[in-house]
Design a protein around this ligand. Structure first.
Ligand code: KG4
Ligand code: ZN
Length: 336
């Protein structure tokens, strides 16, 4: 059994995991940087300093928890893009130093592909062709994978990402960061038809997303109502917000799957944890005879297990990086 030691430091969470080539996660440790909460968002310089502080300790703890040592590791995997450049550099430099000193192969992973491969941990047999809805704090992309090594972007956001829309609305409501999980929880008690927020780019053959007009509409709505009204109807407002974001995501994905008769849909990225999205996309997919896959809840948000999962095929294909490997922050899914 081969074992991959994987690192994820693209944003604010430092994560170290060990996964074997059957997609069995032996350990997945995540050190969340709660310090950013005070600022209502991630402070890049603070994030890289905290990665630097955490990464060695977390690596030692991961090996201990899995009862392994470096000799038992067959390869080192690391996310190299997209992300905050200072944060990515900590993971990449650390992984390179380990690979060099231990004389182990190094595998470079695109963070967004990592989110998609998080699905393989629960369902190792998923194979392309499939449609992937990739929805995180920085990305919203609808991507068609014809095979494991070719993809086409069907649609993407023209402004904010879906997660960002949740985060920004939560900030307007003074709910804390990250906003998605908080809105999801409060919205459970609310009426999703209470307020009517816009669904942008609503034409049937348009697969791009846009959330900036929606965000402005929410801001205008909040400015028009008293803080007492907002507090009294917080559950209804968050439920309406959530319904508007989810409607856009589900409708475009299902429209494309229906048109092209795709029968497999993969949802990936932090927003794939959303309870309404899970329920509604599963219901709609059922109506067109398609099957939907989600990552297990613990692999929705950023984690190193998904980076290890995306590295397994690369390990099998001996698709290794050399020590000139560098981090870069360009957005989007890509094969490195
Ligand atoms: O994939 P991720 O962990 O980090 C990025 O690569 O960006 O995604 C984080 C995003 C945040 O915007 C967060 O608010 C959102 O995922 N998120 C959710 C939920 N859980 C996390 N959004 C909606 N509902 C959730 N339950
Ligand atoms: Zn992510």
């Amino acid at each position: 059994m081969n074992k991959i030691l994987a690192f994820e430091t693209s944003c604010d969470d430092t994560s170290v995991a060990i996964i074997d080539n059957n997609y069995h996660v032996q350990v997945n440790l995540i050190s969340s940087q709660v310090k950013h909460e005070d600022f209502g968002g991630v402070v890049p310089e603070l994030a890289s300093r905290l990665h630097l502080k955490n990464i060695m300790q977390l690596t030692t703890a991961a090996l201990e928890k899995a009862q392994l040592n470096f000799d038992n590791i067959d390869a080192i995997a690391v996310s190299v893009n997209p992300g905050l450049i200072g944060s990515l550099l900590v993971g990449v430099s650390f992984a390179k130093a380990l690979a060099y000193s231990l004389n182990k192969p190094l595998i470079a992973v695109n963070h967004m592909l990592g989110h998609i491969y998080a699905n393989k941990i629960e369902n190792p047999d998923i194979q392309a062709p499939y449609l992937a809805l990739v929805i995180s704090g920085g990305h919203t992309e609808l991507v068609y994978f014809a095979s494991n090594d070719s993809f086409e972007i069907i649609g993407r956001t023209r402004d904010d990402a879906a997660g960002e829309a949740f985060d920004k609305v939560a900030k307007l409501l003074g709910l804390g960061y990250p906003g998605g999980p908080i809105v999801d929880k409060i919205a459970k008690e609310g009426n999703p038809k209470f307020a009517d927020f816009p669904r942008a780019l609503n034409r049937k053959d348009n697969y791009d997303f846009s959330f900036s007009g929606f965000k402005t509409a929410v801001r205008n709505y909040l400015e028009k109502h008293s803080s007492q009204f907002i507090q009294e109807h917080l559950a209804d407002i968050t439920a309406s917000v959530q319904q508007a974001i989810v409607d856009s995501l589900v409708k475009k994905t299902i429209n494309y799957a229906r048109k092209t008769k795709i029968k497999k849909i993969i949802v990936a990225g932090g927003v794939s944890a959303n309870s309404l999205l899970r329920q509604q996309i599963a219901d709609q997919a059922k109506k067109i005879g398609a099957k939907v896959y989600f990552p297990a809840m613990q692999y929705c948000m950023d984690n190193a297990a998904m980076i290890g999962a995306a590295a397994i095929e690369k390990y099998q294909n001996k698709d290794f990086a050399d020590l000139t490997l560098n981090a870069f922050s360009t957005k989007g899914i890509r094969f490195l």
